[in-house]
Ligand binder design. Structure first.
Ligand code: ATP
Ligand code: MG
Length: 358
């Protein structure tokens, strides 16, 4: 039997999202049994092109930003969870017969990986996760195969180590978003049961579409589209540098005609893109409609975007708050968090890995 009198506190594990515009850190704690709290977070902007399409292009700039962010965070721990962008990961669901030993399963996964991975398995980190037993008697087993080029993982680990940090978990962005989504479902009607919900993360360069049916992820796609398009339009119209345009856009201090001439056309185009992406989902799966759209990412907070998306898609729309229902440390300012929360989806999902059952 197992004694459980003294709960061993899980040591801090900080979620670290290295995205194309920033290094984002989130530390969660446990306020009460089963109730998380946001303890600290930092968003440290990266210079332009330090990270390009999920790849670290300028290691020194990323390490500097990570060091700076870490010193602002002010936590005791050095342990982190990181994620690989979806573009660096090949994942595939496979079905295996029940009753295989761990070794047999590994052999089968390797064989399958040989088919789907377009380079030598020596260059690849391969992992798999059993998803659950099928319904058929003698039940097949669904297994998620995840493969990534070693160099993609090594780059991220090298950045962390150069900043004095230790990577305990290497996750994928999709999976981290999914973890964060699971923590938010209680804000959906009937906690998402029986619903088709699209979680759309719109960052600076990529839009990531995840669809959940009955809270199970059934679809994941990425496309190039994001807030950078709006920044570029501001640059072009007002003859500004990228940095100037980005600063003004975030402050929201824009000339009078900005709303009508630049912002509104952008939100309309974005809503149209989202509408198309969801049509693709419907066309390529057996599901016929999306009931709810949850908008995440820094671009989700653009004024009027949720209405524009609702208008285009006939789904109810809301802006994601991955910290909904969590307690908040007094170190964390509520008004700033409200603005930053949608962009912290991945970092929050990574921070939640601290509470994985051992
Ligand atoms: N207050 C704001 N108003 C308008 N746009 C904002 C605001 N804050 C951030 N953004 C925009 O959100 C985008 C950054 O969002 P986010 O942090 O989710 O992107 P990212 O994760 O770095 O990018 P990607 O996921 O593409 O790698 C930028 O285009 C930025 O200009
Ligand atoms: Mg992002």
């Amino acid at each position: 039997m197992q004694f459980n009198l003294f709960k061993i506190k899980t040591p801090p594990l900080v979620g670290v999202d290295i995205s194309s515009t920033a290094v984002k850190l989130v530390e969660l704690g446990e306020a009460a049994r089963g109730r998380y709290s946001i303890e600290r977070y930092v968003i440290e902007n990266l210079p332009k092109d330090a990270v390009v399409e999920g790849n670290i292009a300028n290691m020194d700039e990323v390490v500097d930003a990570l060091k700076l962010a870490w010193s602002q965070l002010g936590t005791r721990s050095r342990h982190i969870a990181m994620a690989l962008p979806s573009a660096s990961v090949i994942s595939k669901k496979i079905t295996l017969p029940a009753g295989l030993s761990e070794d047999e399963m590994e052999t089968q996964v390797q064989a399958e990986a040989n088919q789907v991975v377009p380079f030598s398995l020596d260059e690849v980190n391969l992992d798999f996760q059993v998803l659950g037993q099928g319904a058929s008697p003698g039940g097949d087993v669904e297994v998620l195969l995840v493969a990534s080029r070693k160099e993609k993982i090594e780059d991220r680990v090298a950045a962390a180590e150069a900043a004095g940090l230790k990577v305990l978990v290497m996750d994928t962005e999709s999976n981290a978003s999914q973890t964060a989504f699971e923590g938010m479902v209680h804000v959906l009607p009937d906690s998402g049961r029986g619903q088709t919900v699209a979680l759309i993360d719109i960052g600076a360069t990529t839009m990531h579409i995840l669809v959940f049916v009955d809270n199970v992820m059934v679809y994941s796609r990425e496309q190039s589209f994001g807030g950078n398009q709006l920044t570029q339009e501001i640059q072009r119209r007002y003859g500004m540098t990228y940095e100037e345009a980005e600063k003004l856009k975030r402050k929201g201090e824009m000339p009078d005609r900005y709303g009508l001439e630049i912002l509104q056309p952008f939100t309309e185009t974005l809503a149209l893109e989202i509408g198309r992406a969801l049509q693709m989902f419907v066309a390529s799966t057996s599901w016929t409609k999306v009931d709810y759209i949850v908008l995440a990412g820094g671009t989700a907070i653009l004024p009027g975007l949720d209405e524009a998306v609702a208008g285009r898609t006939e789904a109810s729309t809301m802006v994601a708050n991955p910290f909904a229902g969590m307690a908040r440390s007094e170190r964390v300012a509520a008004d700033r968090l409200a603005m930053d929360a949608p962009a912290l989806l991945v970092a929050c999902g990574l921070a939640m890995r601290r509470f994985d059952s051992l």
